[in-house]
Ligand binder design. Structure first.
Ligand code: G3P
Length: 217
């Protein structure tokens, strides 16, 4: 399973990348706003830090506008993945960009049928939003399971990129179901390592070690 970090915060990306936890990055207009930077500058810096795909999202809603913006975004770096909404225009742009050899990430997916359309359009990634489905009283993780079954039924190569991940349990459940990628905020990725028994055990080992009076190096 690949780990993408869902942020445009360069400091966080650098820290997680140094930890070896970043296989790619996903951004969106809200995350660019939060970063306080210019989309081109921020995305360029992210692409220089991370080797894997960096999703940069178009903001046009019509096919021609999406293609124009995609051309600008694609020029930023070789590892740009063009992020498009799952709409009819987004699907059309996805097909054209995929044929041109670009990676694509179809975002704002809330149904299995939308994922099916993205796969048929040749999307590299489909991003079902788990947390936002949970927010309206549904079980977002059920959608990941449905998409996994459909993609496996037909050997679709589109990768399931579980997005809107809010908790460490989301990560575990997505991994159990077989999502290809999760994208999560930096704090969620870092929280994966936490367990109270690890902290307690380490504390006890260190206390006993101090009593031996030894040192290793
Ligand atoms: O990758 C999509 C993600 O940014 C959405 O997350 O928490 O805003 O629903 P959230």
């Amino acid at each position: 399973m690949k780990f993408f970090v869902d942020t445009a915060d360069v400091k966080d990306i650098r820290e997680l990348n140094d930890l070896g936890l970043v296989d790619g990055v996903t951004t969106n207009p809200s995350l660019i706003l939060k970063s306080g930077g210019n989309i081109i500058d921020v995305t360029k810096e992210i692409c220089s830090i991370v080797k894997g795909p960096v999703s940069a999202e178009v903001t046009a809603t019509d096919y021609a506008g999406m293609m124009k913006e995609a051309a600008v975004l694609a020029k930023i770096a070789d590892n740009i993945c063009i992020k498009l909404p799952v709409t009819l225009d987004g699907l059309k742009a996805c097909k054209a960009l995929t044929s041109d050899g670009h990676e694509t990430n179809l975002t704002l997916c809330f149904s299995a049928n939308q994922a099916l359309l993205a796969a048929k359009a040749g999307a590299t990634y489909i991003s079902p939003f788990i947390g936002r489905l949970d927010d309206i009283g549904l079980n977002g993780m059920d959608l990941i399971g449905e998409i996994r079954t459909i993609f496996d039924n037909y050997d679709f190569e589109t990768q399931i990129l579980a997005a809107s991940i809010r908790t460490v349990n989301h990560v575990k459940e997505a991994a159990l179901i077989g999502a290809d990628v999760i994208t999560a905020p930096p704090a969620t990725l870092k929280a994966l390592v936490k367990h109270p028994l690890t902290d307690k055990g380490l504390e006890a080992f260190l206390a006993d070690w101090a009593k031996t009076g030894q040192s290793i190096a």
